[in-house]
Design a protein around this ligand. Structure first.
Ligand SMILES: [Zn+2]
Length: 263
C-alpha cells in the first residue's frame, strides 16, 4: 500500500490523526473500537511525517483509556503492510484481552510484569473487601520497599507504607441533583483557588457509573477557567498521577454542607 492508500483507508475507516508521536517520526492514528467502550485502536501508519513517505510497516495495537484518562496498551503491537487486515485482526483481538472482574475494565501488563486492572480499581476498594485490600497493600509495600532501598536507605519502610496508603485514597463528594455547585482549583503544590462567586452551576444528574460522573448545568462563568476544565465527576484523586503534574479541578457544593470522604 502506498502513502495515499494507507491514508485513504485510515480516513475512510474513521481514524483521526494524532498531533504528535512521542516515540518516532511516523504519523499515528487512532479511532474508537467499534464495540468496546474506552478501547481505541492505535495505528502507527509507517508514514514518515516529515517526508510523507513510507518508512516501515504499519503497526497496530489496542489501548484502554482508564478513568484517569491514561492510555494502557492491552494488546501486543502487530505489524503488517496491509493496514485493513491489521485493523481487523487487532479489533478482533479484544476478545482475548482479560477483564477485571471487579470493575469490568480491561487488564494490561504493568511495568512490574503483572497483569493488572487498567483502572487500578483495587486502590478504591476500601474496607469492605479486606482480603483484597491486604493483598494490594502487600504489593505496594513490596514495591515501596524496593524503591526505598533504591532511593534512600534512611527512609523507613513504615513511613513509606503510610504514604502509599494515603496515595491510594480517592475521595468522594456526595453531590446530589439540585445542589448548587462551584469549582475549586487545586495546584500541584496543594494551593487552592475557590471559584465561589465566579462559577455557578446546578447539578442535574449523578451517574452511578464507575467514574461517578456528574452532569452539571453551568449557568455562570466569570472566571478565566475554560469550560473543558470544569469537573465532570464527584470523585477526586488528590495524589493520582495527574495530580503531581497538573492543576486539578473539583466540585464544591455551596447549597449545603458536604465534606469530601474517602470512597
Ligand atoms: Zn478493576
Amino acid at each position: 500500500m502506498s502513502t495515499v492508500q494507507r491514508k485513504a483507508f485510515l480516513k475512510k475507516d474513521g481514524f483521526t490523526q494524532h498531533k504528535s508521536n512521542a516515540r518516532g517520526n511516523t504519523i499515528i492514528y487512532s479511532r474508537k473500537h467499534s464495540t468496546e467502550k474506552f478501547v481505541r485502536i492505535v495505528v502507527d501508519s509507517g508514514i514518515d511525517k516529515n517526508t510523507n513517505k513510507i518508512c516501515g510497516q504499519a503497526k497496530a495495537k489496542l489501548v484502554y483509556i482508564n478513568r484517569e484518562n491514561h492510555w494502557r496498551v492491552i494488546t501486543k503491537e502487530v505489524s503488517s503492510n496491509t493496514i485493513s487486515s491489521l485493523v481487523q485482526s487487532q479489533s478482533n483481538s479484544i476478545s482475548s484481552v482479560p477483564q477485571c472482574k471487579h470493575c469490568n475494565a480491561k487488564k494490561f501488563t504493568a511495568k512490574s510484569g503483572n497483569v493488572v486492572c487498567a483502572n487500578a480499581c483495587w486502590t478504591t476498594w476500601g474496607n469492605k473487601k479486606k482480603t483484597q485490600k491486604k493483598k494490594s497493600q502487600k504489593t505496594v509495600e513490596k514495591k515501596s520497599q524496593k524503591t526505598t532501598q533504591k532511593s534512600s536507605q534512611k527512609k523507613s519502610a513504615r513511613t513509606y507504607k503510610k504514604k502509599s496508603q494515603k496515595n491510594q485514597s480517592i475521595y468522594l463528594l456526595d453531590v446530589q441533583p439540585g445542589d448548587l455547585v462551584t469549582v475549586e482549583e487545586i495546584s500541584p503544590k496543594g494551593g487552592m483557588n475557590d471559584f465561589t462567586g465566579f462559577i455557578l452551576g446546578i447539578v442535574v444528574e449523578v451517574n452511578k457509573d464507575n467514574l461517578d460522573t456528574v452532569n452539571v448545568q453551568w449557568s455562570t462563568n466569570k472566571s478565566a477557567l475554560p469550560h473543558y476544565s470544569f469537573p465532570t465527576t464527584r470523585l477526586w484523586d488528590p495524589t493520582g498521577p495527574s495530580a503531581c503534574a497538573t492543576t486539578q479541578h473539583r466540585l464544591k457544593v455551596m447549597s449545603r454542607k458536604v465534606e469530601w470522604v474517602i470512597k
